[in-house]
Design a protein around this ligand. Structure first.
Ligand SMILES: C[S@@+](CC[C@H](N)C(=O)[O-])C[C@H]1O[C@@H](n2cnc3c(N)ncnc32)[C@H](O)[C@@H]1O
Length: 246
């Protein structure tokens, strides 16, 4: 972003949120950086940064670039998940450099699986997993390179994490496969969705996951982030959906 557009953006924030918000920005930013560094060091991993698929040789118009979920946001969201973790499989759709796979593996899940489109990201995720694995409670942790639309959901999978990994038809097909699995093996499932712009529309539409399966929805804001719910109700927030197809 150039200086002119940066100043324009700051002026818009000032108009919308007032000067107090600008003053709070530095402490919020610092707190976010400190927390991120703490977890990266604690696990001995490197999962920060934004990476574009094009630069990694993958061209998929529905794919969203790699950017990691915030650690504290994820752990806060998981507190609302009422699944029996020791009998549950956790899936991270679009697992990137493995941050959420690693965080989930520190919880007592039976199995943790990351699904990632780009093999280069998975190669680096495996290095991260190898560095962090001594801190895992879950002992069955893997990442698979495939397009999420081609992956069949196993019957034991019951916690599904997304951080807007893909849009449009790819999201629709992936959620349809999830619904197929829930129909074939009726069970309770939890969708833990970070910033669910298109997902919330899909769920309201009642087409793929029937409303009658949707039992509860809660949301949590990412810690140390501005409340942007007025302009973007799904931004900087985790939404947790409890689904029951029984
Ligand atoms: C926003 S990042 C999320 C990373 C991680 N889940 C997290 O929350 O920290 C989205 C990831 O989804 C991956 N992705 C995009 N399209 C995909 C697809 N069709 N199948 C599997 N992964 C995909 C991207 O390569 C990227 O690594």
């Amino acid at each position: 972003m150039g200086i002119a557009s940066r100043l324009k953006a700051e002026a818009a924030v000032l108009r919308e949120h007032g000067p107090a918000d600008l003053l709070l920005r530095l402490p919020r930013y610092t707190a976010r950086r400190v927390v991120e560094s703490y977890y990266e060091r604690r696990f001995g991993i490197d999962t920060r940064g934004d990476l574009m698929q094009n630069a990694l040789g993958v061209h998929d118009p529905d794919a969203v670039h790699y950017a990691p979920s915030p650690y504290l946001g994820f752990f806060k969201a998981m507190k609302l998940v009422g699944a029996d973790l020791p009998s549950s499989t956790f899936i991270d759709y679009g697992s990137g450099l493995g941050r959420i796979v690693i965080c989930a593996a520190t919880l007592p899940f039976q199995r943790v699986i990351g699904i990632e489109l780009v093999e280069e990201l998975n190669r680096r995720a495996r290095l991260n997993i190898a560095r962090a694995c001594r801190q895992f409670i879950c002992k069955d942790v893997s990442v698979i390179t495939t397009n999420a639309t081609r992956w069949r959901v196993p019957p034991g999978a019951s916690v599904f994490h997304f951080y807007n990994p893909f849009l449009s038809e790819t999201l629709r097909a992936t959620v349809a496969e999830l619904a197929r699995s829930l129909r074939e093996s009726p069970r309770e499932a939890w969708i833990v969705f970070n910033s669910p712009w298109q997902m919330s529309t899909l769920l309201t539409a009642d087409e793929i996951i029937p409303q009658s399966w949707q039992k509860w929805c809660g949301d949590v804001r990412w810690p140390f982030s501005r409340d942007i719910s007025k302009t973007d109700p799904h931004g900087s927030r985790y939404f947790i959906y409890r689904i029951d197809s029984r």
